[in-house]
Design a protein around this ligand. Sequence first.
Ligand SMILES: *Cc1c(COP(=O)(O)O)cnc(C)c1O
Length: 821
Amino acid sequence: MSTGTVTNPRTGMDVDAFREDIKQHLHYTLAKDQYSLTEWDSYQSVVLAVMDRLHDRWIDTQQRYYNEKSKRVYYLSMEYLIGRLLDNMLINLGVQDVAAEAIEELGFDYDKIRAAEVDAGLGNGGLGRLAACFLDSMATLGVPAIGYGIRYDYGIFDQDIKDGWQIEKPDQWLQYGYPWGVARPLKKKYTVQFYGDTTATKDSSGRLHFDWTNTHNVNALAYDTPVPGFQNGIVNNLRLWKATSDEGFDLKSFNQGDYINAVRNNMLEENISRVLYPNDKVFKGQELRLKQEYFLVSASLQDAMSRFKKQFDDFRKIPDQMAIQCNDTHPNLAIPEFMRMLMDQEGLEWEPAWDIVTETISYTNHTLMPEALEKWPLSLMSNLLPRHTQIIREIDRRFLQSIEVESDKSSQSDKKDRMRIISNEMNARVRMGRLGIVGAKKVNGVSELHSNLMKKTIFKDFAQEYPDKFTNVTNGITPRRWLRQCNRKLADLISDRIGDDWVTHLSQLKQVEQFADDPEFKESFEQIKLENKQKLADYIKKTEGVTVDPHSIFDIQIKRIHEYKRQLMAVFHMITLYNRLKENPNADIEPRTLLFAGKAAPGYTMAKLHIKLISNVAEMINNDPEVADTLRLLFLPNYSVTLAEKMIPAADLSEQISTAGMEASGTGNMKFALNGALTIGTLDGANIEIREQVGPENIFIFGLTVDEIEEIRQNGYDPEKICEADKELKKVIDQIHKGYFSPEQPDLFHPITNALLKEKDYFMVLGDYRAYVDKQGEVEQVFKDKDEWFRRAIVNTANMGHFSSDRSIQDYCERIWDVEV
Ligand SMILES: *Cc1c(COP(=O)(O)O)cnc(C)c1O
């Protein structure tokens, strides 16, 4: 309400100023009145009012970094899975309630305005979401960071489920414009080169100089999105590059009078930033993807260098002024590109350039799975990036020369073969992971287990060669979005008891543990969980037309669909419960609602078949009156950050059941536990650290360990034998195989049963089935005892401090970037 004092409507942080600014934007920016107003207009006017409040802080922050000559962190990522930003911006500005009141005073509905925003889905899954959490944490900690990425016209596809099958639809997130991102035509245009030739010439002093000529050029246009820290006045920048072509026209066609073709060819350049590749953890060697990767690297390094050169002229200062972090191998061309810039453009010799690069760039490894490792065909790379290929060859040559090898000749060549960056095969390939290790200051894995396995398996020789290069930074999640924003009621309950310092110092949550046996706190905690479940039940009713019981166990597995994540095992368990209930209608089975969501890569046939199986089993269970009071199964379409925000606060049980050794970290596991779900999981990725934090008695751990799996593989794993020995398992497999869930096409699921039995079940679903089903029995017993269940849930929430992405960023600052926080 009116406070009496008049504040500037453009910047005032009170309700009156906010309301007036929204009104002004509706009228003067959008030319709308109450008659022509749409939900999108209301939303956009609110965003414009929020942007007004960010601009001073944004400019001031950037000016301060400049004046203080701060060391910058350049975070290079092909993916940012951002989701909606309105709540995030308002919370971090500290005006969520103020804005909500201003919005209501205007007669708008805050929930509808929030819902009008389109997710920025510029990522596939965990890796892209990690980058988004890190942006929030870097701004909150005041790290002078810039996020660089690509402004894809189309982000991750929209997923429809038709007849149980996944259908992909283009994600038209920019259809009506994106009010959080502003185009920034820069003073200096950045041109990115492709193809062409390299020529070596000797200058007067006899020094070899390399030129890269006859190239095909594309421009990089910057779009900036503000990244505010949590209530600290800091606003960092996320800079996304769009590919443009302003050489105007294909001159040859133009001169021949072929105007239409000249213009049409333009669009080929712009294709570089057209679409996000929808594969998660699988490498496909497409040229357009390599173009995207180099486009990101080239534009970002030009930007970083031009910022450096404004204030410094001694290139040896670069490692004191920049830390460049590559999110996976995708931006690892930064290593040869930085060498090229320093040598060919700035005139440095190899050695000083190499010293600078290897003190500046670092690389985060995200997976050990061979099919995910980038290995670019040398022929493709040398055609697209001839100069970089020369440089990579030279990096490789010097590296192999430098490594100490045993005197014995044969082991020498063996070891070199295991380590060369350009593999010595018929069809030679450039190994981007190895390039990253040789050229980076530090290489980190993303959980303790993963970092250790990295040194013991795929990079063993390298870890021996460079023991100090390897380090760990366990992933984290931002508590702003993943508690304060998505579960306001729980956030407020916690703040009522311990204050709100936890929002930026998540280890403060430890204080909540003392209320784990406080009846009043427990009652409120339980009540909030029930309300969240009711809200999700309402959403499911509205979108799927299915009724679910909020008092049943909400058992949730949401993540990309991957064989290694083993959605299959959770469905097998559900089928087992179904069979038990069909055999014995009085079987003691706790009511359970199993919810899945997740996208399958469009070309991943097996993953798509898993979705179809889940859908068919769901159809049968939900429509069988004999079981439908006890069991419900749904696959919710279009998993996204926004859907995650609806589902996670409503979960009782978090499914983290990957084959041990295959999930590098996981971050979904952290979001669930923070919101008071109990985890059922394997000893994989960050599950191990979650167990350490919450205590083994407060997490349901089951299944084969990494060491056991290795041993079983060596002794010969026999899934058919396991199947024969387990009646319940055999029944499940038989039903799937014989078409019980696909009567109209009995052999539909044969690829699934064949992968398990004939192709030896690489992911050991059968090997872990019995341990999993038994552990689920334990889950049921504990769930019956609400007092015990919620005691454990509270202990989980209380011990999630370690998994704040603020802690991750502090680790990066100390262990890798050498930046003070
Ligand atoms: C957190 C998150 C992920 C990662 O989930 P995992 O279970 O760690 O694989 C993927 N997608 C979205 C939308 C997320 O929010």
